[in-house]
Design a protein around this ligand. Structure first.
Ligand code: SAM
Length: 235
């Protein structure tokens, strides 16, 4: 049986049974091979823009004899896709801003998708803002601890969302609602990073720095409040 990481398994769990899927930035094509071999997707389009990962994907697809079920395409973002070819879009392992650039570059493909699934390496907030502004609702969120990191996974479907608060945009409405057991760790890590930035900024004084410090202090307070809420809820 094909074994993949817990992070990729968590992504696969968010793909609805029986839906045609595209994996953008597929690298070794581990996720497409798993989706087909587990009978989750009947057909996957695997896309990568770089020759090295493209060749690695081709080798894996061939080794698992999955050429009839996985269509491997070389290209950037969603450009190699036509509208209606797939129902689910997965983008994992890229930064949040790169992901929104990919989405904005192919609106005709995005608006025909039934579900979009993301695992941003940075700036998950940028993804949630994009979803809210473009008429998508977050329907599932997960945190996975792997390789001494916490990975965020977000799934959304096309329907209008309620307006999310700043802390929901930053840390996930469903992660907060279900009080995900890894959320305090994610918040602590973010808080430590922010406090380090604030320490560095405090060394130089000018108006621009003051504005940045104000922004980071607001975020620091938001995280502290959220941590208090979560710890009160666990008593
Ligand atoms: C860090 S790997 C992630 C692989 C896999 N999605 C995962 O989560 O394990 C990123 C892959 O995306 C590809 N990539 C980066 N930007 C891309 C883009 N705009 N369009 C298509 N592929 C891209 C890279 O070549 C690389 O293979």
């Amino acid at each position: 049986m094909l074994r993949i990481s817990n992070r990729l398994q968590a992504l696969a769990k968010m793909v609805p049974q029986g839906m045609r899927t595209a994996d953008i930035g597929t690298d070794h094509a581990f996720l497409p091979c798993y989706l087909i071999s587990q009978g989750i997707s009947p057909f996957v389009i695997a896309i990568d823009m770089n020759e090295g990962p493209f060749e690695a994907a081709r080798r894996n697809i061939s080794n698992y004899l999955l050429e009839n079920y996985i269509d491997l395409r070389l290209g950037e973002g969603l450009k190699p896709l036509k509208p209606h070819e797939v129902e689910v879009l997965v983008i994992a392992g890229l930064g949040g801003s790169t992901m929104t650039e990919i989405l904005n570059g192919s609106p005709e493909v995005v608006c025909e998708a039934r579900r979009v699934i993301f695992q941003p390496m940075t700036d998950a907030e940028v993804i949630r803002i994009w979803l809210q502004e473009n008429g998508w609702t977050i329907i599932d969120e997960e945190l996975i601890y792997e390789d001494r990191r916490i990975f965020e996974i977000i799934a959304a479907e096309k329907r209008k969302s309620r307006t999310l608060s700043q802390s929901e945009l930053c840390f996930g409405p469903l992660l907060i609602e279900k009080k995900h057991p890894l959320l305090p760790d994610l918040l602590e890590k973010e808080l430590n990073g922010l406090q380090e930035i604030l320490k560095q900024l405090a060394k130089s004084k000018n108006k621009e720095v003051d504005e940045k410090m104000h922004f980071f202090r607001k975020k620091e307070n938001m995280i502290k409040e959220l941590l208090i809420c979560l710890s009160a809820a666990s008593l």
